[in-house]
Ligand binder design. Structure first.
Ligand SMILES: Nc1ncnc2c1ncn2[C@@H]1O[C@H](COP(=O)(O)OP(=O)(O)OP(=O)(O)O)[C@@H](O)[C@H]1O
Length: 261
């Protein structure tokens, strides 16, 4: 397996706070890699740097072996890296179907030249995009809400729609932030199944922050544990759960329960 994300000795300071401290980790292509750790361990800060929200204070981040340190989110998107779940407010007034149809990055309809001179081709492309978006909604069992505004969907449906955007975008590596938060069990099963299908059938790589340990155990291998800004240990969830250092730092030395009650 090739390394797709390579975080090398990355540090992030916010004033006096050392949020990420000389952290190194890799995500292998084709994996669903979990990132867990106690509150304040630095997971979100690390994600923000990998996704191009802000640059590290020091260290390097490689994507496919190429130095992408400090590149903006849209530049990373052009290289196939996408972060969810953050349905942009701008899109919340649009329907589920329209949200998906917006995704293909450079639709010919957006070009003035194409709009004027290749109207037939543009219309054909739009039809194709619509049909693809409808297929995606069908796969995600969202067809019944296709004409509903994204802003009116439930938390879980919004997350499914975000996965739909991933499917439309032809992303290669996807950063997922807390799939389970605020999602009911049925939709969570749909979400987990969609992630697994995208991973297995389309070869997508996922890098997942999650507090739901059962979901992590079900979806992720390997699991990386962060504590105090750097990696404590990495391995399959079954091993992680048994690691005394992890049990002490993460589960508070008690029963192996959820990180958050
Ligand atoms: N913008 C910021 N300014 C100042 N301190 C910050 C900022 N962002 C994060 N921190 C601090 O950096 C540390 C790591 O925070 P981070 O949110 O990355 O942890 P986390 O592992 O994602 O935690 P959680 O599981 O609670 O989301 C914390 O001490 C946090 O208070």
């Amino acid at each position: 397996m090739a390394t797709i994300i390579d975080v090398q000795d990355v540090t992030k300071r916010f004033g006096n706070v050392l949020a990420v401290d000389h952290c190194s980790l890799t995500v292998e292509e084709g994996s669903i890699t979990g990132l867990i750790g106690p509150n304040g361990a630095g997971k979100t800060t690390l994600f923000n740097m990998v996704a191009g929200t802000f640059p590290p204070s020091s260290g390097r981040i490689l994507l496919d072996g190429e130095d992408v340190t400090g590149l903006a989110a849209h530049e990373l998107f052009a290289r196939g890296l996408l972060r969810t779940f953050q349905i942009a407010q701008d899109f919340s007034h649009m329907t589920a179907l329209e949200n998906l149809m917006m995704v293909p990055a450079r639709q010919s309809g957006e070009s003035f030249f194409n709009a004027c001179f290749r109207r037939g081709a543009v219309l054909a492309e739009e039809k194709q995009t619509r049909s693809r978006a409808e297929d995606v909604l069908d796969i995600l069992r969202l067809s019944h809400v296709k004409n509903e505004r994204a802003g009116n969907l439930s938390g879980g449906q919004k997350k499914l729609l975000e996965l739909g955007r991933v499917m439309m975008a032809d992303a290669r590596v996807v950063l997922l932030d807390e799939i389970a938060a605020g999602v009911n069990r049925t939709l969570l099963n749909d979400l987990a199944a969609a992630v697994q299908r995208l991973n297995r059938e389309d070869g997508l790589t996922f890098f997942v922050i999650e507090h739901d340990m059962d979901l992590i155990a079900r979806l992720c291998d390997p699991v990386i544990v962060m504590a105090a800004g750097s990696v404590m240990v990495e391995g399959p969830m079954a091993e992680i759960r048994q690691n005394p250092e992890v049990v002490e730092a993460y589960f508070g030395g008690g029963v192996q329960a959820e990180a958050r009650p």
